[in-house]
Write a protein that binds this ligand. Structure first.
Ligand code: ADP
Ligand code: MG
Length: 342
């Protein structure tokens, strides 16, 4: 649905040239939700604006829905752009228009009946049927973003670009907006590109993720794959930002709480890698290999139903049994690391 080939964008800022996007190639399939994550200044917004050609790339080719946008005239482009909706962090609603007026805006020129039917159905979709006559100033942040989503959908877009659309919202409202986007994706088949600096957003609804740094895509792939075994340093920073797993070493080094190991005890770190089975691994190894397993610390979350993260445990039962248990776990995509033993 969206194909970027060697897209670069440079800005001339005074005497300086800023390379906001550098040689980005990506392919986002129809009907999927793709995430673009990066810290501030990474080039995400510029890249998003290159997708609908609000920014014309300095180099490269942009194709959306089979049409090569970079080859179109301004007039042809205006037509094509209707197929690409966009929502933003600050909603960008018309303050002087009602909710109804905002959603109806992209429909001007159509018959009154047609507009009314479309606006009503969009307001129902976003759960704001009772707010049609309200003004943006009378709405919460989450409600404003719902209006913006309804407005973006008014021209039946094939693609919806979301640039930090949940960044000004509290976590609860963020989740409700993400659920709405997922529903839009599922029921209308709209391909969605989510731009964010929050890994939680990506984990919540994206199928694919692209990690940006310094204008480049430094890592990409299936969300679970990328976050389970991050290769780029910046990806690791995002993973650590939502996990307390990085605190393990601190805890282990804390002289106030030494971890005492009896002879035959092993201090192990279990990392859930790849897609692990959902079987009860800890109770399994404990029963099968007659181990005592004591969980000291855990950080596990589910992405796509797969556990991601890990545990630090003390396992007692002696060298042989533990070696067998480690082999068993390795076969089930759990990487086991011996931190120390008694
Ligand atoms: N219109 C512009 N003129 C000059 N520099 C810009 C312009 N837009 C963005 N930049 C620069 O490009 C880089 C990437 O910006 P941006 O795409 O907004 O990043 P992000 O959205 O990831 O925070 C930054 O260094 C920014 O200052
Ligand atoms: Mg931005």
């Amino acid at each position: 649905m969206i194909q970027l080939e060697h897209v670069s964008k440079q800005f001339e800022a005074g005497k300086q040239t800023v390379e906001a996007v550098k040689d980005v190639s990506l392919h986002i399939e129809k009907g999927t939700i793709a995430g673009i994550i990066g810290f501030s200044g990474a080039g995400k917004s510029t890249l998003a604006r290159c997708i609908n050609l609000l920014e014309r790339p300095t180099e490269g080719k942009v194709t959306v829905g089979g049409a090569e946008l970079t080859a179109l005239s301004e007039r042809q482009l205006r037509e094509k752009r209707k197929k690409i909706g966009m929502i933003f962090q600050h909603f960008n609603l018309f303050a002087s228009r009602t909710v109804y007026g905002n959603v109806a805006y992209p429909l001007k020129g159509r018959s009154k009946g047609e507009i009314d039917q479309k606006v009503r159905s969009l307001l129902e979709l976003v759960g704001l049927s009772d707010k049609a006559e309200a003004y943006p100033s009378q709405l919460s942040g989450g409600q404003k973003q719902r209006v913006a989503i309804a407005r973006a959908l008014a021209s039946n877009p094939e693609v919806l670009l979301s640039d930090e659309a949940t960044s000004a919202l509290d976590p609860e409202t963020t989740r409700s907006i993400l659920r709405l986007l997922k529903e839009v994706n599922r029921t209308l088949g709209v391909t969605i590109v989510i731009i964010t600096h929050e890994m939680g957003v990506i984990k919540e609804i994206c199928d694919q993720v692209y990690v940006m740094e310094g204008g480049r895509v430094v890592e990409s792939g299936d969300v679970f794959q990328v976050f389970a075994s991050p290769r780029a340093a910046v990806t690791r920073r995002f993973v650590d930002s939502t996990s307390n797993f990085s605190r393990i070493q601190e805890l282990l080094d804390d002289p106030a709480h030494p971890i005492r190991l009896n002879p035959g005890d092993y201090l192990l770190r279990l990392n859930y890698l790849e897609r692990s089975t959902s079987e009860a691994l800890i109770s399994n190894i404990s029963r099968r290999f007659e181990l005592d397993v004591n969980i000291l610390l855990g950080s596990i979350e589910l992405i796509d139903g797969n556990p991601l993260g890990g545990l630090v445990v003390v396992a007692g039962g002696g060298h042989d049994k533990i070696t067998a248990a480690v082999a068993y776990l390795s076969k089930r995509n759990v990487l086991v690391e011996v931190i120390s033993h008694g």
